[in-house]
Design a protein around this ligand. Structure first.
Ligand SMILES: [Zn+2]
Ligand SMILES: [Zn+2]
Length: 268
């Protein structure tokens, strides 16, 4: 049995060309028992990037439902979303989440200062450290404002995939800010996603960094999910075995898989 993947993109996201069936077949080859699709929804994505991360539940749900029926008894298939958190879109985000029967909702920070750190303009005109810090300040502000309408915080230190990578350890740089973020997650009952996409991008750690995970555990945190952030089937379940070992060494015993917004727990 292989760990279930709870962060997977398909051609319902503009940055993936993968048919959901390709992921399903790969999940079966790997020996997964369940898989959750989490395509992108980002309201008001800045027009200068000339791409739109809109996910239409009216098209998405029936499509995944057909596959769910087809693979019944072989693989549990879940319908989730990765939604970009931004205070300026808060009401629309809440309505969007509440209007569909999602299995799982990942809340991710994809924009700060109305810019996407994936692109160079995010880092222009300021030091790398200031740019990285701004991402986490935006995260704190969103977490303070939002009710727990999403299940986990996605790829917490994703920003370190971007820019010149001169900073990669947020716990070392800004321990008080990181503590504030982790405390809000715990207080609001929001879990923390373990996202192995960082390793794929060349970082020597998953998101979040071991130091943040150790601190989260120290504060009593234990609600974690596992996601590869695969945009193509060859990355499905990437680095899950070694990440599972690392999580165990940090004191985690199990990970959660969501269905109808409720977690079930499985041993690591
Ligand atoms: Zn993301
Ligand atoms: Zn993603």
């Amino acid at each position: 049995m292989y760990y279930s993947d709870s962060h997977v993109h398909t051609f319902f996201s503009p940055d993936s060309k993968t048919h959901p069936r390709e992921h399903i077949e790969q999940a079966l080859r790997l020996g997964m028992t369940s898989l959750c699709f989490t395509d992108h929804m980002d309201f008001d994505y800045p027009p200068q990037y000339q791409i739109s991360f809109d996910l239409d539940p009216k098209a998405y749900f029936p499509f995944i439902e057909n596959l769910r029926r087809e693979y019944e008894g072989k693989l549990q298939i879940r319908t989730g979303v990765e939604i970009g958190l931004e205070n300026s879109c808060r009401q629309r985000i809440i309505r969007y989440i509440q209007s569909s029967p999602w299995d799982f909702v990942i809340g991710s920070i994809h924009l700060a200062d109305r810019l996407d750190p994936y692109f160079a303009d995010y880092f222009a005109g300021r030091t790398a450290r200031e740019a990285y810090l701004s991402y986490f300040e935006t995260m704190l502000s969103c977490l303070e404002t939002f009710d727990p309408v999403f299940d986990v915080l996605g790829h917490m230190d994703y920003i370190f995939r971007c820019g010149d990578r001169s900073v990669t350890d947020a716990w070392h740089e800004w321990p008080d800010l990181m503590d504030a973020i982790l405390h809000i997650l715990l207080d609001k009952g929001i879990g923390l996603e373990i996202n192995t996409g960082g390793i794929k991008s060349g970082l020597p750690f998953q998101h979040p960094h071991d130091h943040l995970l150790a601190r989260y555990r120290e504060l009593g945190g234990e609600l974690i999910t596992l996601g590869s952030d695969a945009h193509s089937p060859d990355h499905l379940g990437d680095y899950f075995v070694e990440t599972g070992e690392r999580l165990k060494s940090l004191g985690f015993c199990y990970y959660a898989v969501f269905s109808k917004r409720k977690p079930s727990f499985y041993p690591l």
